[in-house]
Design a protein around this ligand. Sequence first.
Ligand SMILES: Nc1ncnc2c1ncn2[C@@H]1O[C@H](COP(=O)(O)OP(=O)(O)O)[C@@H](O)[C@H]1O
Ligand SMILES: [Mg+2]
Length: 241
Amino acid sequence: MKTLAEPLLRLEKVTAGYGDAVVLNGVSLDIVEHGSLAVLGRNGVGKSTLMLTIMGFTQMRAGSVFWRGRDISRQPPHWRARNGIGWVAQEREIFPSLSVEENLTVAATAGEWTLEAIYTMFPRLAERKRNMGNQLSGGEQQMLAIARALRTNPSLLLLDEPFEGLAPVIVEELIGAVSKMLAGRKLAIVLVEQHTDVALELTADALVLERGAVMHRAASTALQQDTETLERYVGLRVAAD
Ligand SMILES: Nc1ncnc2c1ncn2[C@@H]1O[C@H](COP(=O)(O)OP(=O)(O)O)[C@@H](O)[C@H]1O
Ligand SMILES: [Mg+2]
């Protein structure tokens, strides 16, 4: 018998939501070490709720979350953060009254993502290191939010619509950074993204959520060709136009 390695993260039939409101309905997924997964779907289908559930911020009604084979369903968010799950919220929270460098120091742990490594990945942050968080552009704030998550040296990084509402030049820089992280096999990434073409280009695997359930699962290259599925569940947003 072949022994399959445990995935890094596994969700098994997870039903979760907020208080009485159930948002996710029996969601299963897994992601391997250094893997990449795009989570697609229209507004309001539960993509952010999925990220929040992986972090432990929602109420689980059924199912389990496994991390490196261990059931962490009852572990609080800070335990998950300390044990290698990094999360960049859709609201890209940074500390506005701390400098860039201070933002990059407060939550840091020892590991390969030193300040130097961060500044190599994001030269723009090096230039702005003495600026306060609230003096940054939206794009710089997003870089800082990602960089801050990296400083915790996560094995898995959850990115919730990281390119939303940013200038194209910044989006290009961020895409470059994400693809470098993946190419360097530094971590696994779950990427929630409305820009389907970008998300599928960056990732190996994809799933499509619809009303809190997984409607479709495929290799990202296969989904790129599957315009019918994309039109039905995501709304076609491709770079061609
Ligand atoms: N804090 C919350 N309390 C109650 N319902 C919420 C909360 N956050 C989101 N929802 C609901 O959960 C559903 C999914 O939202 P969300 O996960 O943000 O979707 P997406 O990220 O795909 O746009 C929506 O119906 C939304 O109104
Ligand atoms: Mg969202």
